[in-house]
Design a protein around this ligand. Structure first.
Ligand code: ZN
Length: 149
């Protein structure tokens, strides 16, 4: 029997936050060399795209109600990070350098438990039009040929 089609649906949300890229175990000179101007406090208008993967149940025709995903992202991510200093104000980021990479990992950890049965596929975080990071979860990116099942 043919397996049911798998689709990927995404919700985009935005938030603004400040950060300073700084490693306390490095000297001021090493921090400047490693992080450049990003070692100064500055902000980003972040764009977050969260993608959920699944089949389409005949009863609803939806992988997941995007309204539900929107609410999860507002409650678990935007309310926590919007208009915050990611170095100081966000408990779950304490002790990590708040790069887009580390923030994406934390966003995965915040969103994934709330999805209840739906499979989180990707967290994509854009710091700017030019810079973005993709995170496919702790197991890494699934095999594109679908053998991850
Ligand atoms: Zn930055």
């Amino acid at each position: 029997m043919e397996s049911p089609p798998i689709l990927y649906i995404s919700r985009r949300v935005r938030f603004c936050a400040a950060h300073t890229l700084h490693n306390p175990s490095l000297s001021p000179e090493e921090n400047r060399r490693t992080f450049g101007v990003c070692s100064n406090p500055h902000g980003h208008n972040y764009v977050l795209e969260v993608t959920v993967r699944g089949t389409v149940p005949p009863r609803t025709g939806m992988v997941l109600d995007l309204k539900v995903l929107k609410e999860i992202l507002e409650e678990r991510v935007v309310s926590l990070l919007d208009h915050r200093d990611l170095n100081r104000d966000v408990e779950c980021l304490a002790g990590v350098i708040p790069t887009a990479e580390n923030v994406a990992i934390k966003i995965w950890d915040l969103v994934e438990p709330a999805l209840e049965g739906s499979q989180l596929y990707r967290v994509r975080l854009l710091e700017s039009d030019e810079n973005l990071v993709d995170y496919y979860g702790p197991a890494g990116r699934p095999d594109p040929r679908g053998r991850e099942d």
